[in-house]
Design a protein around this ligand. Structure first.
Ligand SMILES: [Fe+2]
Ligand SMILES: [Fe+2]
Length: 188
């Protein structure tokens, strides 16, 4: 059975978002001075680049090619949340974003009849995503002395709010294409 159009689009969208993530963190990693964040962020952007490859390969195995898409999830993110002003804000928005990614991939895994190629790809990616959330959370905890615990908590809430908005907006914008994800939710 050929890959349905909506899922073809979705997997291509994931690929584009992984590319954007990699480019964003890669550019950031280039600006950092030596230290643990430079180290972890370099591994992080290399992982995201690898994830873009996994989706490309997955689509190939499904007998198709990625659709060329211009926008990705992250674009709307920065618009809604505002540009982060310092490293703490970058880590906070990253933590919220990485949680969203894990949540989205978990949702996709719950779609009835998910293809084995898709399941394998998400399983592979999820191993890295768990580490992403962990190192960013640790990095934020290490910034408490400098920025204050309350400020970090407030920043996280602000980005969580922006995240909810962007996600709702994305679902509405691509309602038809994403309906297979929503269907799976109703069936739960
Ligand atoms: Fe990723
Ligand atoms: Fe990630």
């Amino acid at each position: 059975m050929p890959l349905p159009d909506d899922e073809h689009w979705m997997l291509s969208y994931y690929r584009t978002s992984e590319i954007n993530g990699s480019l964003f963190f890669g550019r950031l990693a280039r600006t950092l001075k030596p230290g643990p964040i430079q180290h972890d962020l370099t591994r992080h952007f290399a992982d995201e680049a690898q994830h873009a490859w996994y989706w490309t390969d997955c689509l190939d195995r499904l007998g198709t090619r990625p659709i060329k898409l211009s926008d990705a999830y992250q674009d709307q993110y920065l618009e809604a949340a505002g540009l982060p002003a310092n490293m703490m804000e970058i880590m906070a928005i990253t933590l919220v974003f990485e949680r969203r990614v894990i949540n989205q991939y978990a949702r996709h895994l719950a779609v009835p009849g998910v293809r084995v190629e898709v399941k394998e790809t998400i399983d592979l990616i999820m191993q890295d995503e768990k580490w992403h959330v962990q190192w960013v959370r640790d990095a934020l905890a290490g910034m408490e002395d400098r920025f204050g615990k309350d400020t970090i908590t407030e920043t996280l809430s602000r980005y969580k709010e922006a995240d909810r908005e962007v996600y709702a907006h994305t679902l509405a914008e691509h309602e038809e294409r994403l309906s297979f994800l929503l269907r799976s939710e109703h069936e739960e």
